[in-house]
Design a protein around this ligand. Structure first.
Ligand code: GLU
Length: 317
């Protein structure tokens, strides 16, 4: 089979300043595409327009440039797949939703959060729940009655089927959608499209064939594979990477302003000490020494990258 040129994407959510974990993800994503001679596109995932602002996105682009990471298509450089802000792409998600509706697989769900939790057992280890299918079989009359007082979310029916795939970094994975996930949301009751639908619609339309992202999204892949099938497209190759954590195992997050790039840029005149230390901690470099993204390019090898999460000590950066 003819090998397609690699097309990867970095798809950050501009809900705050990038933190060390986002930097690590952007770096590996960039290295994985550039080392394969591929093309990288930047897509701003700002579906949640309350938390994700254009100003945050502007700072994000500036931070990525400061890190020495570049892209071939994106909000500022343009490209054949514009627009690159998800908040400007709702018509694409509506079209994908329409395809799923035509297949008879979408239904309105009127359940409140509390009702979903009450009806679901057991809860999954990540705190999420398997939707019990409460609204799956509502009669048209019942739907019409409920629609008078509540705005529904839209859910996708899932089959009792196991979706398996080979993650490039974590190996074989599988999940039975009906048993471990349940019918999932495509559009929230406030009209905002769900991440799962938007990301798959965009990756299809943008011709993405390589997805590199944090392993917190590993569990999304089976749902996304199902969407690829329903939308008639070939899924990308997935590579998930470990998370950066605080010493207590807590994930670094933007909300806690853990080592955000505003602080790091004030502390370091350039990105090399940060990128070099990250590369050393994730297994790419043998020693802790400053390195630019370009310096790391010839060293990039998935086999060198660790799979275990990386705990960052206070004061390490
Ligand atoms: N927007 C997501 C995030 O910032 C990443 C989505 C993806 O890579 O599929 O966590």
């Amino acid at each position: 089979m003819e090998q397609q040129p690699v097309r990867g994407r970095f798809a950050p959510s501009p809900s705050g300043r990038m933190h060390l974990g986002n930097i690590y993800c952007a770096l590996v994503c960039w290295l994985a595409v550039r080392s394969a001679g591929g093309q990288l596109l930047l897509r701003i995932e700002d579906l949640d327009t309350l938390r994700c602002t254009r100003e945050n996105a502007r700072v994000l682009l500036d931070d990525l440039r400061w890190l020495g990471l570049d892209w071939d298509e994106g909000p500022d450089v343009g490209g054949p797949n514009a627009p690159y802000f998800q908040s400007d792409r709702f018509d694409r998600y509506a079209a994908a939703l329409h395809t799923l509706e035509q297949a008879g697989l979408v239904y309105p769900c009127f359940c409140s959060r509390a009702e979903i939790h009450a009806a679901s057992a057991p809860h999954l280890s990540d705190g999420s729940v398997v939707y019990a299918g409460t609204c799956r079989g509502l009669t048209p009359a019942r739907r019409a009655a409920l629609a008078r007082t509540r705005r529904p979310a839209l859910r996708l029916r899932v089959p009792d089927e196991t979706f398996g795939f080979e993650d490039g970094h974590y190996g074989p994975q599988s999940e039975n959608l009906a048993q471990n996930c349940g019918d999932f949301i495509l559009r929230r009751s406030d009209g905002v499209y769900a991440y799962q639908l938007a990301v798959v619609a965009d990756d299809i339309l943008m011709g993405v064939n390589q997805v590199v992202r944090g392993r917190d999204l590993l569990g999304s892949v089976p749902r996304q594979l199902y969407l690829y099938r329903l939308l008639g497209a070939q899924p990308p190759r997935y590579w998930h990477i470990p998370m950066l954590t605080a010493p207590d195992g807590r994930r670094l997050s933007k909300r806690e302003a853990d080592l955000d790039l505003g602080e790091l840029r004030a502390r370091y005149p350039g990105p090399e000490p940060i990128l070099g230390r990250l590369a050393w901690r994730c297994g790419l470099l043998d020693r802790d020494e400053p390195a630019s993204a370009r310096d790391l390019l010839p060293l990039f090898d998935w086999k060198r990258l660790k799979t275990g999460d990386i705990a960052v000590a206070p004061g390490e950066f």
